[in-house]
Design a protein around this ligand. Structure first.
Ligand SMILES: Nc1ncnc2c1ncn2[C@@H]1O[C@H](COP(=O)(O)OP(=O)(O)OP(=O)(O)O)[C@@H](O)[C@H]1O
Ligand SMILES: [Mg+2]
Length: 514
């Protein structure tokens, strides 16, 4: 898209150095300002953004496209403005790249306004805060780490623990039920996922209220670095001009930091801790601080955050944590146990989890669940060394409750129906709380743990016969020494019981005998 066509007296410069994505250019007349967009190439297909002015004649910029064909002496044209994103009602249901070009093979855009992607966050005096919970229909989140309407929630996790699946499920559950606009921004992730999401949204009929932007992993660092700002510009339009509430979904904010790191390295800046850019904090806050609520509208944001090498002390993860009102931590261990969504309830937290916001009962139950799970965590070592039998009856009761809670807090997803074969479930907070309360009151202590696995509301347990699990049926006579050989089960019970914490469908682990 060329904004320079037609403008007379273009400010011209020449390329003096090309280093990967970083380009130095000399301008003899007028030096383009920071953030000015420059074009080069015979079709003006190479686009770069000025990031520094090393001296009175030179600018250093980062390319937002590939730099193939660029050489010293190539002419560059100053477009006279910064990178812009299209805004307007007609951008709904469309898919864009970082330049605001439509990439869904649909008709050209009409009736849009172009706005700079570089905008300041709203001043403090215009911000508004109200504490309201944003229901997701996912039990473990709504009960233990509720999201804030108009807040920022992060989904943290290493590679392949289910961030994208969880984010897509949230889109599925929330986009259909909220009246505002949703903006999905794909930063540095797989192109395939973008395409799948687009198709999914189209099929479920929510596309007319959605905008998608992609700067995926095949694109140069400059594009990945700026696509988030373009998405925010659109979100701000809907908030400030149309006074609508906006749901902004980002997969993956780490890739934004990483793109900044690549840019910074190419620009010749000194790396900071672990090779990250020295400006990571400011770059991230220039994006995150724009996600804010004003008196006219709110932007609720949910961001996936890749955690390199599962190391939660990584500077990128630490910086991101500090911006969020709810942090949902996904654990590889849980994913390995098949406890999806693999959320670690003890590592995750939310600023909403206070009695004033949730109400006394919800808060008390959440605390009790956390306490039970923490006690179980502490007992795990003893169980693996000595076996469940060595625990006191009270401790065994805690283990039984915790394991049933863990299973009840799993949930079949709509987005995974295709490969799990389980019908997706959305559960109201009331149902989820009710289930947890009844489990804590030991109402299901005689049911096999598996009866609670991958169900929706607790009422679904009733549908299953109490003796559906043959192993559970034999539980009442476990220490009848003669029974074991007859079943062909292991005669030495400790290994099977101690191995229980790792197994998905437990066997003989319920606190069955004194
Ligand atoms: N709720 C779930 N139910 C069943 N399987 C799941 C669930 N969540 C994740 N998985 C499994 O884990 C795989 C990886 O999930 P996903 O692509 O969401 O990971 P990710 O954290 O986004 O990974 P990456 O960092 O590579 O983007 C899925 O393909 C699926 O097999
Ligand atoms: Mg992913």
């Amino acid at each position: 898209m060329s904004a320079v066509n037609g403008t007379q007296a273009k400010n011209r410069g020449v390329v003096v150095a090309v280093r990967g994505s970083v380009i130095d250019a000399r301008f003899d007349d007028r030096l383009p300002p920071i953030y000015a967009l420059l074009h080069a190439g015979d079709k003006e297909q190479i686009v770069m953004e000025v990031l520094a002015q090393p001296d009175a004649r030179h600018v250093r910029g980062i390319a937002l496209t590939t730099t193939h064909g660029l050489a010293r002496g190539t002419v560059v044209l100053d477009t006279g403005g910064p990178l812009k994103a299209p805004v307007g009602k007609t951008i709904l249901s469309r898919m864009f790249d970082v330049f605001g070009n439509v990439i869904d093979r649909g008709a050209a855009l009409s009736d849009v306004q172009w706005r700079s992607v570089h905008r300041p966050p709203p001043p403090l005096a215009q911000r508004s805060t109200k504490s309201e919970v944003f229901e997701t229909g996912i039990k473990v989140i709504d009960v233990l780490m509720p999201l804030e309407r108009g807040g920022k929630g992060g989904l943290f996790g290493g590679a392949g623990v289910g961030k994208t699946v969880l984010l897509t499920e949230m889109i599925h559950n929330m986009v259909a039920h909220q009246d505002g606009v949703s903006i999905f921004c794909g930063i540095g992730e797989r192109c395939r996922e973008g395409e799948e999401l687009y198709r999914g949204m189209k099929e479920s009929g929510v596309l007319p209220r959605m905008v998608m932007l992609f700067g995926q992993m095949n694109e140069p660092p400059g594009a990945r670095f700026r696509v988030g700002l373009a998405a925010l510009t659109m979100a701000e339009y809907f908030r400030d001009d149309e006074h609508r509430s906006v749901l902004l979904l980002v997969d993956n904010i780490f890739r934004f930091i990483q793109a900044g790191m690549e840019v910074s390295g190419l620009m010749g800046q000194m790396p900071s801790r672990l090779g990250y850019q020295p400006t990571m904090g400011t770059e991230l806050s220039s994006l995150e601080e724009r996600i804010a609520n004003t008196a006219t509208g709110a932007i609720t944001s949910i961001q996936a955050v890749y955690v390199p090498a599962d190391d939660f002390t990584d500077p990128a993860a630490v910086h991101t944590f500090s911006h969020l009102s709810a942090s949902i931590v996904l654990s590889r261990k849980r994913a390995g146990e098949g406890l999806y969504p693999a959320i670690d309830p003890l590592e995750s937290n939310s600023r909403m989890a206070t009695p004033d916001i949730l109400g006394e009962r919800h808060y008390r139950l959440a605390q009790e669940i956390r306490k039970t799970l923490a006690q179980y965590g502490a007992l795990k070592d003893i169980i693996s060394m000595l076996g469940l039998e060595q625990l006191s009856p009270e401790d065994r009761a805690v283990v039984g409750r915790a394991r049933r809670l863990e299973r009840f807090l799993t949930q079949p997803f709509f987005t995974t129906e295709r490969f799990t074969g389980l019908k997706g479930k959305m559960v109201s907070v009331a149902d989820a709380l009710d289930g947890c309360e009844r489990i804590l009151a030991d109402e299901f202590k005689d049911r096999p743990e598996s009866a609670l696995y991958m169900i929706g509301a607790v009422s679904e347990v009733k549908g299953r016969p109490p003796d559906a699990n043959p192993v559970a049926r034999t539980e009442p006579t476990p220490h009848a020494a003669t029974a074991a050989p007859a079943r062909g089960a292991p005669t030495h019970s400790p290994p099977s019981t101690t191995a229980a914490p790792r197994s998905e469908v437990p066997h003989g682990t319920s606190p069955h005998e004194p």
